[in-house]
Design a protein around this ligand. Sequence first.
Ligand SMILES: *[C@@H]1O[C@H](CO)[C@@H](O)[C@H](O)[C@H]1NC(C)=O
Ligand SMILES: *[C@@H]1O[C@H](CO)[C@@H](O)[C@H](O)[C@H]1NC(C)=O
Length: 415
Amino acid sequence: MVRPSGKHGSARLVVICVSLLGLALIADFLWASSSSSSSSNSAFSSYHDLILPSNDKPKQPQPKKKEDASGRVLSATFADLPGPELKWEKMAASPVPRLDGAAVQIKNLLYVFAGYGTIDYVHSHVDIYNFTDNTWGGRFDMPKEMAHSHLGMVTDGRYIYVVTGQYGPQCRGPTAHTFVLDTETKQWRDMPPLPVPRYAPATQLWRGRLHVMGGSKENRYDPALEHWSLAVKDGKALEKEWRTEIPIPRGGPHRACIVADDRLYVIGGQEGDFMAKPGSPIFKCSRRNEVVYGNVYMLDDEMKWKELPPMPKPDSHIEFAWVFVNNSFVIVGGTTDKHPVTKKMVLNGEVFQFNLGTLKWSVIGKLPFRVKTTLVGYWNGWLYFTSGQKDKGPNDPAPKKVIGDVYRTKLKLSL
Ligand SMILES: *[C@@H]1O[C@H](CO)[C@@H](O)[C@H](O)[C@H]1NC(C)=O
Ligand SMILES: *[C@@H]1O[C@H](CO)[C@@H](O)[C@H](O)[C@H]1NC(C)=O
């Protein structure tokens, strides 16, 4: 480590600090003025770029401002991890672009639900992607009372359970309404509502029960620790009320939740999220502090949470961005810690593998761009992703365009 020696050193350190502060202020100003005057994609840019002063102070230490030896600030791409290049093939795009939608795969079909089309418009229908002939089709409506984003969702292979979520565009309130879809008859039925509504809770079927845990509380920001379950079978609730289960060690939305080998895993996610601007008649989204995590928690027979090795870097917005193949979790993209200087949201452009045999994480490839909240499927050796929000470009990992594109690559797992 280089230490400043004597008076000269500390004077130089002060100069560096002052210039850093100046740079940050200028960046802040430029960016604040650009976000109020931006034109194309402005809805989503402001959703993701606008920082308002927040009363919610971070619970975690802020990431340290990093600088290289000459005192220059980090490039915007600092968070990218090295990984093999993959050959991605662009497929037929989804009928609509969507952000914060939901998806589950049943055999060769990917059912894609809801999501924001723009920050002011949410979808209320389902689109289906057929992995056999790589086409979209089979559009049908969702129930009117069903949430449009931040849903909990899971399937048993025929029935799709749809739990709570945000109702409406911008940063509107959540609903506790819960539904089940029979994918064979396309019939929807009501399920007992969650005891209180949540945003993007971790949701899975485990040992005959529908488990719902974490997420954000009713104000969209506060991390919830509660965990409930409901006995279900063939699309029917076997109980009238949700049972209280062991709370999760860390709350918050946008995590992957996976059952494998009769164990339940909760991966990544964040604490904090955008909130409705107080008094805004349209519940306009305003950014708050978020802290992103890479923790892996696991529940087994003991019904006590255990912690496994964390992801290579913090990763959130991955609730439908995973598949389970050959005893490995594969996770596509997401968001990581905000940029330490610009404070902008930073997207991930890696494909991660967690091998359950070795409990080791690796980066098995790079995406065609960084992207968050993708909807992911796996069929016949191909890894697919669609939807979400991509970066501004190779040198700028901040979120920009909401996409409906579909990409696939031949998946090759490392041993
Ligand atoms: C998916 O595509 C295959 C091949 O074209 C077709 O046989 C099958 O019926 C399709 N499935 C659905 C549900 O449309
Ligand atoms: C999964 O394992 C099988 C058998 O070892 C192998 O043939 C296949 O390539 C593996 N799949 C992936 C995606 O690596």
